[in-house]
Ligand binder design. Structure first.
Ligand code: DGL
Length: 271
């Protein structure tokens, strides 16, 4: 008989960027079924107000709960920054976000002292990363900057274009001038920029994203709540998007770096 351990894990993001987290989870926990929701109809979240993000996130969580998921990962930095604390109070299943794992990944290198953070406006203005880093380690120099032009450039697949390099240089020059030793990629889309960032930044700047640490923390959370799926083999992946277009399906493949299967349309409701 199928029990709660056999239920799927739920992930949501404003779009398909959160599939970078799904990919890391599939690598670590291949037997888990995954239901992914991308709110492509209302992307981006990064430029919206905290109230709007909280309302959207609530609808995203309700959708995943209606699919019977056993745990939820908020695979979106902006939604984690503004909405995760609200769910700690009332979510009926374990829920986690990407910020704590990201901070942990930064501090995994004890020599990290001067931290740059790039993210959406919403994430930077929430101060969620800055606060989480500062409370874990004293004396860090932390500089967060909003880099809103990067998401559209990535979605346009202009990653290696000169214009993208110029935009990155313009954003990052002040951080490089401050001598950062670590750059936190605090947005689900940014792992795709790693090759360009490696090319542009001084060789001693460490690039950090939250996906792998997030997968490790999720595994611990499932072990701690006795929800780890013990069945072998490969789990199923179901992707739902609130707006279906060829462009998003194509992008989903790029973020996941493996076949997505059939992508379905999701209709969300308030509660
Ligand atoms: N997924 C968002 C994040 O990680 C980036 C895209 C958006 O602004 O919606 O912050």
């Amino acid at each position: 008989m199928a029990g709660v351990k056999d239920a799927a894990l739920g992930f949501f993001d404003s779009g398909v960027g959160g599939l970078t987290v799904v990919r890391a989870v599939q690598d670590l926990l291949p037997g888990e079924d995954v239901i992914y929701l991308g709110d492509t109809a209302r992307l981006p979240y990064g430029s919206k107000s905290p109230e709007t993000i909280r309302q959207f996130a609530e609808e995203d969580v309700n959708f995943l709960l209606s699919k019977g998921v056993k745990a939820i990962v908020v695979a979106c930095n902006t939604a984690t920054a503004h909405a995760l604390p609200k769910f700690w109070e009332n979510c009926p299943v374990p829920i986690m976000g990407v910020i704590e794992p990201g901070v942990e990944a930064v501090l995994a290198d004890e020599s990290a002292e001067r931290i740059g953070i790039i993210a959406t406006r919403g994430t930077i203005q929430s101060h969620a990363y800055q606060h989480a880093l500062a409370t874990r380690k004293r004396g860090l120099m932390i500089h967060g900057i909003a880099t809103p032009l990067l998401v559209p450039l990535i979605e346009e697949d202009w990653i290696s274009e000169e214009v993208t390099k110029e935009v990155i240089n313009k954003y990052l020059d002040p951080l490089v001038a401050k001598g950062i030793d670590t750059l936190m990629l605090a947005c689900t889309h940014y792992p795709l920029l790693m090759p360009v960032l490696d090319e542009i930044l001084p060789g001693d700047v460490r690039l950090v994203d939250s996906a792998t640490t997030c997968a490790e923390r999720l595994k611990e959370m499932l072990e701690g709540t006795d929800l780890l799926n013990a069945k072998g083999g490969n789990g199923k992946l179901e992707i739902y998007l609130t707006d279906l277009s060829e462009q998003f399906e194509e992008l989903a493949k790029r973020f996941l770096r493996r076949p997505t299967g059939k992508v379905r349309r999701a209709v969300l409701s308030a509660s």
